[in-house]
Structures are given as structure tokens and as C-alpha cells.
Design a protein around this ligand. Structure first.
Ligand SMILES: [Zn+2]
Length: 377
């Protein structure tokens, strides 16, 4: 039976995939990048501005929202889409990763994760069932199964134990998932840097059956080469007719390399967090706008960019805003970075459609490695 949550694979170019997700909250052209809206807001962006960047789907963080303002309260207010005025698709994480990294005294057992809120110290428990319920209260378009994200480095025996616990949690998450037309739930492949464990995890999750699959536990310190090796050890065991999501990635060059291997969805705090610390992503690589070389530079950050910072403002002005700690500096650089990421994804989608992915990826890589403009004057 159709769940109304559809993924259509439109075209392949090598292993790269051009596809489309159709959900209860609209379509997502893939490969796609999801800006991170941690606490019901993509920091420094209004929902209108976010839409104008080209983003079609955003990510919300279950852990933050369940603690404040609370999932039940958001449900009473009509769900996260209405609460934050983002009508498009929203993917929520399961909360597990942040419980284990942010909460106090997190203890993992077969039942779930017991922890203390980092806000008020309240003793709480996140189980696969509760994580799934919270995401339904938030009205997440895409719900993630609760998993344990293994730390890195990690012994193979520990990674195996943890991955199998995540599989048992995935079964419980699936059983708790309320099927609604146009909504989906993704399972998460674990297994650290061990190809055999990754294969086992991917096959077992496929046997449970989800609307999509995520690759988790990567980009945690293992480095890009090992990350790509693990993608190659995982993706062939996932069904081609379902979307694949690489969690927490990443830098532009990592996204390009992962799309080349068949990943459809990405999320990362890099463009938004960097925007608040004076780092701008451009076709010519990362520009640190705090650097004194920009203090009297009348040129835009990137003359080809359509964002408000580049259309009418100079590097000198952005430099001044960031040096002076002005809120507008963080807003403009966040906006610019999100436009850069969305334009990158659009370029990759076009390249796959035109079956020129390898050439376009190589050209983008050369531009990124080529570095910024020479200093002005
Ligand atoms: Zn710009």
C-alpha cells in the first residue's frame, strides 16, 4: 500500500542520483541540503528569508524542542510547521545524539537513554517509543528512528554491540510510528568504521522497512577518506527506490563527494554556525570576513551571488558589522551561506540531469581549492 510518502529516482549519472521526494508538506528536489533549525528556528533567519534561499526542507532538533517549549505544547499550538511558520517539509532527529552529547548523566540501557535536562536538571528518559511519539507531536514530516551514535574511535566489538542495540531500537521505533499519509520514518545505519557492520546494519534496517535510510555515526572525527569508504560500504545495501540521508555533513567538498556516491539528503550546522562567526562560504572557498584585508574592500563577497549581502553590500561593510558585533552581520552572513549551499545543491542537480556530474564536480573542486580573490587595490 502506498504511504503517500514517495521518492522518485528521476535520473542517475554514475552513482549520483537526481530525485524527488513528495510528502504531506510538499516536494523536495534531491540531492538537497537541509538547514538546521535547532530550537524551532534556523538561527538569524526569518521563515520567509529561509524560503528565498531555496531551502525546501529543514531539520528540527527533538531534544531541544522536547525540553523547551515541550512537544505537547507545540502539538496544542498546531505542530511545528504552524508554530514556526514553515509550511514545507521538516525532518526531526530522534533526540538521541543530542541527549548523549548535551544532556547531563546520560545512561544508555536496553530500554533507552536516561538523562538529566541541561536546562533544569530534570530526570528524563528517551526511549524509541517516546522519541517517535515526540516527533509525531511535533508533526515531523520525516521522523528518525532512535539510535545510538557510536563515538569515534571505537573498538569493533563495541561498535557491533552498539549497532545491534540501534537495530533493536529501530524495530521498536518502527512499531511505534503512527502511519499517516505523506509522512515517513527513516532508519539509521550505524557500525562505526567497520564495513561488515555497516553492511549488516543496512540489510537489517531494509528488512524492517522504512520510507528512507540515513547513514549515521560518520563525520565524527574519522576524516573524509574513511567517511567515503564507509558510504561505499553502505549505500549498495540500501534500496535504490528510497532516499538516503548522510547525517551531519558537511563541508561543500564532502557534500560533492557524497552526492557522487549516491547520497540524496544532507544537514549540517556549518553554514549557519559559520555565519555567526564571520566565516563565509563562497565558490572560491571559505572567506574569513574578520580578516583586516577586507576592511577597505568595496567589492561584494561573491559577485555572482544573489543574496542581499552580495547584491548591495561590500566586504568592507560586512567586515565592519562583524568586527562591531552587530546582529545584522550574523544575519547577512547566515543568509549568504545558506544561499551558497542551496546554489551548490542546484548546480549538482543540474549536473546530474545533464549527465555532466563528474566534470561539474571537478570544476567546483578546482574553484574551491583555487582560493579567494587577491586583496583589493
Ligand atoms: Zn551572497
Amino acid at each position: 500500500m502506498s504511504t503517500g510518502f514517495a521518492y522518485e529516482l528521476l535520473r542517475n549519472d554514475g552513482a549520483a542520483r537526481r530525485g524527488r521526494i513528495d510528502s504531506a508538506h510538499g516536494k523536495v528536489e534531491t540531492p538537497a541540503f537541509m538547514p538546521v533549525g535547532t530550537a524551532g528556528t534556523v538561527k538569524a533567519m526569518t521563515p520567509e528569508a529561509l524560503g528565498e534561499t531555496g531551502a525546501e526542507i529543514i531539520l528540527g532538533n527533538t531534544y531541544h524542542l522536547m525540553l523547551r517549549p515541550g512537544a505537547e505544547r507545540i502539538a496544542r499550538l498546531g505542530g511545528l510547521h504552524r508554530f514556526m511558520a514553515w509550511p514545507g517539509p521538516i525532518l526531526t532527529d530522534s533526540g538521541g545524539y543530542q541527549v548523549m552529547s548535551l544532556a547531563k548523566l546520560a545512561r544508555v540501557s536496553e530500554a533507552g537513554v536516561a538523562f538529566q535536562s541541561h536546562l533544569d536538571g530534570a530526570a528524563l528518559m528517551l526511549t524509541p517509543e517516546r522519541a517517535t511519539e515526540v516527533q509525531a507531536l511535533l508533526d515531523a514530516t520525516i521522523t528518525m528512528a532512535l539510535d545510538e551514535c557510536t563515538a569515534w574511535p571505537c573498538e569493533e566489538s563495541t561498535a557491533a554491540q552498539s549497532m545491534r542495540l540501534s537495530l533493536r531500537w529501530a524495530e521498536r521505533s518502527r512499531a511505534a510510528f503512527p502511519a499517516r499519509r505523506g509522512y515517513g520514518q527513516f532508519g539509521i545505519v550505524q557500525g562505526s568504521v567497520y564495513a561488515g557492520l555497516r553492511e549488516e546494519s543496512a540489510k537489517a534496517l531494509t528488512a524492517i522497512g522504512f520510507e528512507g535510510y540515513a547513514v549515521g555515526g560518520l563525520a565524527v572525527g574519522e576524516g573524509p577518506a574513511l567517511m567515503l569508504e564507509m558510504l561505499e560500504a553502505t549505500l549498495p545495501y540500501l534500496p535504490a527506490e528510497r532516499p538516503r540521508y548522510l547525517m551531519g555533513v558537511g563541508k561543500p567538498e564532502d557534500i560533492i563527494a557524497a552526492v557522487a556516491r549516491g547520497v540524496d539528503l544532507f544537514d549540517c550546522v556549518i553554514p549557519t554556525r559559520s555565519g555567526r562567526t564571520g566565516q563565509a562560504f563562497t565558490r572560491r572557498g571559505v572567506v574569513n570576513i574578520r580578516n583586516a584585508r577586507h576592511a577597505e574592500d568595496p567589492r561584494p563577497l561573491d559577485e555572482a551571488c544573489r543574496c542581499p549581502a552580495c547584491r548591495s553590500l561590500s566586504r568592507a561593510y560586512l567586515h565592519h558589522l562583524v568586527k562591531a558585533g552587530e546582529i545584522l552581520g550574523a544575519m547577512l552572513l547566515t543568509w549568504h551561506n545558506l544561499v551558497y549551499y542551496q546554489e551548490l545543491m542546484a548546480a549538482l542537480r543540474r549536473a546530474i540531469e545533464e549527465e555532466r556530474f563528474a566534470a561539474v564536480a571537478a570544476q567546483l573542486g578546482r574553484e574551491l581549492a583555487g582560493g579567494d580573490l587577491a586583496p583589493f587595490g
